[in-house]
Design a protein around this ligand. Structure first.
Ligand code: ZN
Length: 298
């Protein structure tokens, strides 16, 4: 397995142990995103039934294609654009069903997907040096405009990067941009391929052995980019989301996140899971994440 592991971030980028590179709310000058289009509420497309319209216009020199919920800006072959359209639409449906039990019409305008060619093109255009993709939400006087940027020619673009970023987009729409970062990244990582998820689980075990993990209270509350832009943060967020989902279910987890946003973590933990604060959560999660390994090593 390659030691190189790219992170696919929600709002900004990192790769391995990067420093900084956070610009969560910054806009990009090359990104002239129109505010919200009046999107006609459409029926959910079946996976193989995505209609892609190729528009007869260019935006910032890029061709434009549209699916019911996404606008794809690109200079790529139609085959790649079709793959992106299908994966984005099918991921949007699958993720909404997985995490909320239904497919919502609550989709605040088309989400733009910028297809950069190679990783070098992506890095050059976006300035994201340590990421393989990112999603950005811009607040236009209370109306959210979302855009996803991916290097179209990377081998795991359709299997890992795009589903990860579409998950961020789904959560941004559902929680009006208030998704806690650890939950956002944990759910997005769970949208990726089993191999990538396994990579992060192996990293978690490594960091645990090195005593390099965060306390869960820090993990859930930190706003520090030097915390959030690390593989430790991602690996641990994935595990915490999985722990809570395994306890009750995926929909119950997003209900919990809604309660967290309204009431704070400790009241929500008690109300949703009967967990008595951060200490109890830490104990239960440690047991879930590492008990089996300890037993095997004894
Ligand atoms: Zn992410």
């Amino acid at each position: 397995m390659s030691r190189r592991i790219f992170l696919v971030l929600g709002f900004f980028s990192c790769f391995l142990h990067l420093a900084g590179a956070s610009d969560r709310d910054a806009s990009r000058d090359y990104e002239s995103r129109p505010v919200n289009d009046a999107v006609k509420k459409s029926e959910t497309p079946a996976k193989s039934d995505v209609v892609i319209r190729y528009l007869d216009k260019k935006v910032n020199g890029l061709s434009v294609a549209e699916t019911p919920h996404f606008r794809i800006l690109h200079d790529q072959d139609k085959k790649i654009v079709e793959t992106v359209g299908k994966v984005a639409e099918s991921s949007r449906v699958a993720l909404q069903k997985k995490w909320f039990g239904d497919v919502s019409n609550d989709w605040d305008g088309k989400c733009s997907i910028y297809l950069h060619g190679s990783l070098k093109d992506y890095t050059g255009k976006t300035g994201q040096k340590n990421a393989l993709g990112h999603m950005r939400t811009l607040d236009w006087a209370g109306m959210f405009a979302r855009s996803i940027h991916v290097p179209a020619l990377e081998s795991n673009m359709a299997t890992d990067v795009l589903p990860h970023e579409v998950c961020h987009s789904v959560m941004a729409a559902r929680f009006q941009g208030k998704t806690p970062r650890w939950a956002d990244e944990g759910m997005a990582l769970l949208s990726e391929s089993p191999v990538r998820i396994l990579e992060f689980q192996l990293l978690l075990a490594k960091y645990h052995k090195e005593d390099a993990l965060f306390s869960l209270e820090v993990l859930m509350n930190t706003k520090e980019t030097e915390h959030m832009d690390t593989l430790e943060y991602y690996a641990q967020s994935l595990s915490l989301v999985k722990f809570l989902c395994d306890k009750k279910g995926n929909k119950e987890f997003t209900d919990f996140i809604r309660t967290c946003i309204q009431k704070g973590y400790e009241p929500a933990l008690k109300e949703s899971y009967g967990i008595q604060g951060y200490g109890d959560l830490e104990r239960q999660w440690q047991e879930y994440a590492f008990r089996a390994k300890k037993k095997n090593n004894e």
